[in-house]
Write a protein that binds this ligand. Structure first.
Ligand code: BES
Ligand code: MN
Ligand code: ZN
Length: 497
């Protein structure tokens, strides 16, 4: 999507397939509407078709002589919408434009939006792009329309040069964040047969090469040689062997103050020998949603080039039951030297992530954030509404929570009580990989935390938020690319400190 800022130009003279006018309930009540469209809008309001309610949209056809075939009326509610509301409103606007297959869309920006500066511009761009995402399909009949190709923004009054510059940079940032989220959504939506661990590695190499970032992919031989027993064990059951994928982004002269972002890359999770039941198992194509998110982050970093240092690590494997698969009762030795007693092969994410955290440390990470579709338990607590977090560092968590308030991706911190860690005690190994039903999201997180070995660490369980059963907010059905924008908000703020 191309988004153009038209300072000083009048929307009434420009052409396109539709013009969107953002209207508040108050404007509608007191009739303070632009003269050109006033009659039509009031007509729609009188007929009960449009009331200015937040996120309400109505398509109003115009006559032959009008510069646009139709107006899209978009409600902004009673108060001026804040950035997070604006993002969702923008998603509704581009969906309305998509309903009429508009290619060129104009939007009139109200005063209230202009006064919010770059954050509002970013949110607007994000919402417009994110709202019209559709999962790629494999039907013989193709639908070429992909949402509006270009959007022209018309500020209601022309703004001064400084404001214009910051609005333009907000738009560019929003586009980069949204495109990165789409990359993550596309990867997550790929079926298991079309995305294997080596396919995920190829996708990562593509991102790295596009931006000239150094990358490394370890194959199953190298994974074994290095002693990554966790990733090796989980990958053993599949004919598609595991991969350890690393991309480095160095934005400063020295490789220091490095943030490690680690994403669970299970390209399909059958549960392995501890096989899952059949209903809903197809959703396990999304068990690499964490990997897709951290790869999306690298894509945006490559494009935006902030002055920070980040290492991305993805442990990629397919969890299958077979004659070669790992089994309950197995004891495995990880890269860290810690041993794991396997109680349930369906608790595979934490096993591969242990090695990945250790590897991120080896690459110089000084703080760690892992993103994983880790537990069904987090769905019992937070549903598909918020991502669950477990941490060993309060202030670090606080900064990430602030980033999530800017991105609008909700995160709720879960307790990391020592009593939960106790539940992971094993008689034969340093730790066991499953701890029973109680506190399942916390115990899973604490398992991973063992491998942070004292580094500041945050675990983000996106099992509920990575893949939705229906459209909501800026997200469409299926993959959401959740945490791409939150991690980017967090990382780009490091740049300013
Ligand atoms: N990938 C699943 C978690 C999951 C469940 C993601 C639902 C998305 C939706 C994970 O590997 C898993 O199977 N976890 C088990 C752990 C248990 C065996 C301790 C679970 O949550 O049931
Ligand atoms: Mn599993
Ligand atoms: Zn899994």
């Amino acid at each position: 999507m191309n988004i153009e800022w038209n300072n000083g130009a009048s929307s009434a003279e420009a052409a396109g397939d539709a013009l969107c006018i953002i209207i508040s309930e108050t404007e509608l009540d007191n009739g303070s509407l632009a003269a050109e469209w006033k009659a039509g809008i009031e007509h729609a309001a009188k007929a009960g078709l449009f009331a200015g309610k937040l996120n309400q949209t109505y398509i109003l056809p115009l006559g032959e002589q009008a510069p646009y075939p139709a107006l899209i009326l978009a409600g902004s509610g009673k108060e001026a919408p804040v950035a997070c509301e604006l993002r969702v409103l923008a998603a509704h606007i581009s969906r309305a434009a998509a309903r009429m297959k508009a290619e060129v869309l104009g939007i009139q920006l109200p005063e209230s939006l202009l006064s919010q500066g770059a954050l509002a511009a970013q949110a607007l761009a994000e919402g417009l792009v994110l709202g019209v995402y559709r999962r790629k399909h494999y039907k013989q009949e193709q639908t070429p329309y992909k949402g509006p190709a270009s959007v022209n923004l018309f500020p209601q009054s022309s703004v001064e040069a400084g404001v214009e510059l910051s609005m333009r940079s907000g738009i560019q940032r929003g586009l980069a964040f949204a495109d990165a989220t789409h990359l993550a959504r596309d990867l997550t939506n790929l079926p298991g047969n079309l995305l294997t661990p080596s396919g995920l590695a190829a996708a990562a190499i593509e991102v790295a090469e596009r931006h000239g970032l150094p990358a490394e992919v370890l194959d199953e031989r190298e994974i074994e040689q290095k002693g990554m027993g966790g990733l090796l064990a989980v990958g053993k059951g599949s004919v598609h062997p595991p991969r350890m994928i690393v991309i480095r982004y160095q934005g400063t002269g020295e490789w220091s103050n490095v943030t490690g972002i680690i994403g669970k890359g299970i390209t399909f999770d059958t549960g392995g020998i501890s096989l899952k039941r059949a209903p809903g198992m197809e959703d396990m194509i999304s068990d690499m949603g964490g990997a897709a998110a951290v790869l999306g982050v690298m894509e945006a970093l490559g494009r935006l080039r902030p002055r920070i240092n980040v290492v991305m690590v993805i442990p990629a494997a397919e969890n299958m039951p077979s004659a070669g698969a790992f089994k309950p009762g197995d004891v495995i030795t990880t890269l860290s030297g810690k041993t794991i007693e396997v109680l349930n092969t369906d608790a595979e994410g934490r096993v591969v992530l242990g090695d990945a955290l250790t590897y991120a440390r080896e690459w110089g990470a000084e703080r760690l954030i892992d993103v994983a579709t880790l537990t069904g338990a987090v769905l019992s607590i937070l549903g598909d509404v918020a991502t669950g977090a477990v941490t060993n560092d309060g202030p670090f968590m606080q900064t990430l929570l602030e980033a999530s308030e800017r991105s609008g991706e909700q995160i709720w911190q879960l307790p990391a009580y020592p009593e939960f860690r106790e539940l992971l005690r094993s008689e034969v190994a340093d730790i066991r990989n499953a701890a029973g039903r109680f506190g399942g999201a916390s115990t899973a997180g604490l398992f991973i935390g063992e491998f942070a070995e004292g580094l500041p660490w945050i675990h983000l369980d996106i099992a509920g938020t990575a893949f939705l059963s229906r459209e909501r907010g800026v997200n469409s059905k299926g993959a959401t690319g959740v945490m791409v924008r939150t991690l980017l908000e967090y990382l780009l703020h490091l740049n300013m400190e």
